[in-house]
Design a protein around this ligand. Structure first.
Ligand SMILES: [Zn+2]
Length: 292
């Protein structure tokens, strides 16, 4: 499941081919994904120029020159594929890695296809159909039902020590659950919460309201660092994009605890072993020696 760094990587991969370009044609091959598509979606997108691609939490937002914004959510299994030949267009200079990916034969789960006026094609493929697309007025985009409920961006200025301390105050839920609460901080998912708590030395089971102010303060830059490193790893994957099959956003990244149950802790001098517990139906990976 893509988390914030993966979504940001997809956004960065798409921006050179989509920003400034016009959607010459949009194929919408079914009426819905997780929710119905907006009315006349293909018609409303056709001829629209993409002014900019933004990200809010795990949503990609494409602001169009029609005054509308296209919201894209990858869901559990959504993939964005770019095809076309960047070497014979002006975009070659802008691409992080040159690519020549022949337009693929249509596949069963290609639900939406954007044919850009620069010759590239963006295909949204989503076998499990938990993804979503919607159109809204750009001016009131922040009040969209999916966006209005979101807390601050973990890499933004509104996520700071005072905010996190206030959100944790007297909360008896485990810190793991508090950090997954999208109203407290948006876009953090299971993987990066496990990694951040490991670096902060905080047990995932510790109650949020029982963490000292000093440790809460330290958690903020650690969360930013964990996410930034993953985004950097995603950036490297974009530079290697020529090797890929045109798919964006899923990259190799090594984790300290996530997915390492039974493996030795990587902290110098620690003899602990990474454990896995299940909290609210999600696996938490941690070192009981390092994390208290
Ligand atoms: Zn350890």
């Amino acid at each position: 499941m893509p988390e914030l760094p993966e979504v940001e990587t997809v956004r960065r991969g798409l921006s050179p081919v989509m920003e400034g370009a016009v959607i010459a044609r949009a194929d919408v091959n079914r009426p819905d994904l997780r929710w119905p598509f907006p009315a006349r979606m293909a018609e409303r997108l056709t001829g629209a120029r993409i002014r900019q691609l933004r990200r809010r939490s795990k949503y990609i937002l494409a602001d169009l020159d029609t005054g509308e914004t296209l919201l894209i959510h990858l869901g559990m299994s959504g993939r964005m594929l770019i095809s076309g030949d960047s070497t014979d267009t002006e975009m070659a200079a802008k691409m992080p890695g040159r690519f020549v990916h022949a337009h693929p034969a249509p596949e069963k789960h290609d639900h939406v296809v954007f044919h850009m006026d620069n010759g590239t094609r963006i295909t949204f493929n989503d076998p499990r159909r938990f993804g979503a697309m919607d159109l809204m007025e750009t001016a009131t985009a922040e009040s969209h039902k999916l966006l209005a409920v979101l807390g601050p961006e973990p890499l933004g200025n509104d996520f700071h020590e005072e905010h996190l301390a206030g959100a944790f105050h007297k909360r008896m839920m485990p810190v793991k659950s508090a950090l997954l609460d999208q109203k407290i901080v948006s876009g953090l998912g299971n993987i990066y919460v496990c990694e951040a708590l490991f670096r902060a030395g905080i047990s995932p089971s510790r109650r949020a309201g029982r963490i000292s102010a000093q440790r809460v303060a330290a958690l903020v830059p650690i969360i930013r660092q964990v996410l930034s490193e993953a985004i950097d790893a995603g950036g490297s994957s974009l530079r290697d994009f020529r090797q890929a099959d045109g798919e964006l956003g899923y990259f190799q990244h090594t984790f300290d605890v996530y997915g390492r149950e039974g493996a030795p802790c990587r902290t110098n001098g620690c003899r602990g072993v990474i454990r896995r517990i299940v909290q609210s139906g999600r696996s938490s990976f941690y070192c009981a020696q390092c994390q208290r």
